[in-house]
Design a protein around this ligand. Structure first.
Ligand code: GDP
Length: 264
């Protein structure tokens, strides 16, 4: 298989000097220092696992003979989805938001996993299921665009409404452009269905610190004022620099019931 990229593993991150390490493992906390005094940052630290929890989560994302991580199947309809046997998480977002890159980064310690990208126009958009040992499944949902075909909308809505083993939906938002109209539509849908979700800000290496702060604060405010089902802490990631990826692995492990205690 392919070699894992640098910083894919915590052991590599731990060799960095302290401030760089914080930036990679807890990118949101790194931003805190640049906020105006008095800004409410309680929401930045709701999920703040210790090293032991981060390491246990990483072990789940590292495949070996006794713990296979595999692409299972793709489906265009709910009755083609694999049986809902394990706790599940799904990733949704606009096309080009960085979803395949993020899933590839999450699975970078299981280099045999192929994260398919189907970008060919007119190509049927599918839900791709990945199985992480006997612990959970992860679903790569097709990216939505501003002219999503009706059958696509129906597939995604049916999945979100009917999938009883779905523990959390990860809604990806582009860290450079912030919340867009289509993201608002996705939020409205998730709110209407009343299912728990969390927002993930992608490509943070591409945004200047000022822009990132602006987008983070805007989204935190939006979540506070307009949502019921969204986890109040935003997750920041860069699939290029690996920032936020270890923390996100830990959150996935936690919400799928595979990491009961996460205290620092
Ligand atoms: P998808 O359509 O949501 O699956 O998006 P992709 O993962 O294919 O990413 C879309 C584009 O953004 C590609 O050119 C990626 O190389 C780029 N990209 C994705 N994630 C990142 C990131 O974290 N940092 C940077 N700089 N570029 C990214």
């Amino acid at each position: 298989g392919r070699a894992s990229p640098p910083l894919a593993a915590l052991s590599q991150v731990l060799r960095l000097e302290r401030s760089r390490r914080t930036a990679i493992v807890f990118p949101l906390q790194k931003l805190e220092r640049y906020l105006a005094p008095g800004t409410d940052t309680a929401r930045f630290r709701l999920f703040q696992p210790g090293l032991a929890a981060l390491q246990r989560a990483e072990a789940l994302f590292r495949s070996d003979r006794g713990h296979p991580i595999d692409y299972v199947s793709s489906a265009v309809r709910m009755d083609h989805a694999p049986p809902p046997a394990l706790p599940e998480v799904c990733f949704i977002g606009r096309s080009n938001v960085g979803k395949s890159s993020l899933i590839r980064a999450l699975f970078s310690l299981a280099p045999e996993v192929e994260v398919r990208v189907s970008k060919t126009p007119g190509h049927t958009k599918k839900m791709n299921f990945f199985k992480v040992g006997k612990y959970f499944t992860l679903v790569d949902m097709p990216g939505y665009g501003y002219r999503a075909p009706q059958d696509f909308v129906e597939m995604v809505e049916a999945y979100l409404q009917e999938r009883h083993n779905l523990k959390r939906t990860f809604l990806l938002v582009d860290g450079v452009v912030g919340l867009q109209k289509t993201d608002h539509i996705a939020v409205e849908m998730l709110e209407e269905f009343g299912i728990p979700y969390v927002m993930v800000l992608t490509k943070i290496d591409r945004a200047s610190r000022g822009l990132l702060l602006k987008n983070v604060l805007e989204i935190q405010e939006f979540v506070k004022e307009n949502t019921q089902g969204c986890f109040p802490q935003l997750f920041l990631v860069s699939s290029v620099e690996f920032s936020g990826v270890h923390l996100l692995r830990c959150f996935v492990a936690h919400v799928t019931g595979n990491l009961p205690t996460v205290e620092a």
